[in-house]
Design a protein around this ligand. Structure first.
Ligand code: HDL
Ligand code: ZN
Length: 416
């Protein structure tokens, strides 16, 4: 007997309530512990000058790039507000996101009054506002992206500070892997006995560097974003550093190594942070890493839609690979739906469907509200398909599954 649509409706309601109420571990963001002060971006002007909106606004403005970059942040934000919200309807995901966040903060967007919005944000106190945003997003833990190569961030770590327990750290090592020859002198300046030639001594000094920062950050994983043409194996510094320094270090400290392939950096340098593009990656490299180093754990997310299916198949082949998120150009409803559906159908619940990648604190509100709606709908549909077979999932089982998707599977993978 076909299950009643009432039963399916009941399951959908249960899924939506559980998705709404389950606190989230956000495993990749560009947010910072409040101890980093102004490095933690928040408020209407930072929301408006988000690089996604910068890229979109230049399409509606004839202004020379340099003229825009010469403006104050407030003036840049005003130009973006006018170009993308007033002169044209704010239809794009990044525009809609700003409005979702403002609406969640009980701010009246239909007045289109940027001055009033700025006044409200000027009255917010940072620490209280962090709690407010995390509550509205139902995010219980935020993983930062932490780079010893960032001249603004490094001194704060070296000075030391009392950690906010809500903020975890991840050690970002792009300069080490992607531009070793330029980075080696920096390590030497910091007292590591390295030379551009990757000798045994240099490799051991790089591992000392990794150990120092892993312990200082209490890093949960190491991470690198990679160009589409990254290959493994290959005869280059990046490969040698991965094989002889990064992966042994990760095994020693039982840390995953997160690979994020597909970024074409500075496709249009005039857009600055907004100037990066996407390219199709050769995922044989990831397959080779997972199979060559079965004792290592790999996290991965890919930037190209066309790589997503192969990434799922790789995760089916390698249990030392945990895939996550709809990253960056993937983080739009159309692709979140498609990718989450694909992953649930190919992997079940052994993956992490989303991270926010938020650069501005308030963004966690919209990035998670938008994603949770989609993830909840897809999950409810899958439970409905089970119902057609006679399998009735209980409320407790739905809660268990959502806990997994919102950070539980990631935590178990990390502690394995
Ligand atoms: O390399 C990364 O971690 C990317 O997420 C970039 O930071 C990118 O600029 C971004 O913010 N994407 O959402
Ligand atoms: Zn990121």
């Amino acid at each position: 007997m076909k299950p009643s649509s009432a039963k399916k409706k009941q399951i959908t309601a249960q899924v939506q309530a559980i998705v709404e109420s389950t606190p989230i571990t956000d495993i990749h963001t560009h947010l910072y512990d409040p101890a980093f002060g102004k490095l933690l971006l928040w408020g209407i002007d930072d929301l408006l000058v988000y690089h996604y909106l910068v890229a979109e606004s230049f399409r509606q403005m004839d202004m020379p790039f340099q003229d825009f970059w010469g403006l104050s942040k407030t003036d840049q934000a005003s130009m973006i507000w006018d170009a993308l919200f007033i002169q044209h309807s704010p239809i794009s995901e990044a525009c809609r996101g700003v409005l979702t966040t403002l609406h969640a903060l009980d701010l009246d967007v239909k007045k289109r009054d940027l001055r009033a919005l700025r006044k409200w944000f000027a009255g917010q106190k940072p620490n209280a506002y962090i709690t407010k945003c995390m509550k509205l997003a139902n995010v219980k833990s935020i993983c930062m992206t932490n780079s010893p190569f960032d001249d603004l961030e490094r001194p704060v770590w070296e000075e030391g500070f009392n950690r906010d327990p809500r903020f975890m750290a991840a050690l970002r090592i792009d300069p080490l892997l992607l531009s070793w020859k330029e980075t080696a002198p920096q390590l030497a300046q910091w007292g590591y006995e390295v030379t551009p030639a990757l000798s045994q001594k240099t490799i051991s000094e790089v591992r000392k560097f990794l150990a120092h920062w892993t312990l200082k950050l209490q890093a949960r994983y190491l991470m690198v974003s990679l160009p589409p043409d990254f290959n493994f194996p290959a005869d280059n510094d990046c490969n040698r550093l991965i094989e002889h320094a990064i992966l042994p270090h990760c095994r020693e400290y039982n840390l995953p190594f997160a690979l994020m392939p597909g970024v074409r950096r500075a496709v249009n340098p005039q857009l600055k942070l907004a100037g990066d593009g996407v390219g199709l990656s050769n995922l044989n490299s990831l397959s080779n890493l997972c199979s060559t180093f079965p004792e290592n754990k790999f996290l991965a997310t890919v930037l190209a839609r066309e790589n997503q299916h192969e990434l799922c198949i790789l995760a089916r082949k390698f249990r030392n690979l945990h895939i996550f998120g709809c990253w960056w150009f993937m983080n739009v409803p159309e692709l979140i739906d498609e990718t989450t559906r694909l992953r649930l159908e190919l992997l079940g619940l052994s993956m992490t469907p989303q991270h926010s990648d938020a650069r501005v604190l308030d963004q966690i509100i919209y990035k998670w509200r938008h994603s949770k709606k989609i993830i909840g709908n897809v999950l409810a549909e899958k439970y409905g398909d089970l119902l057609d077979t006679g399998w009735q999932v209980s409320r407790a089982e739905i809660q268990r599954d959502v806990n997994d998707l919102f950070g539980g599977a990631f935590e178990r993978f990390c502690s394995r």
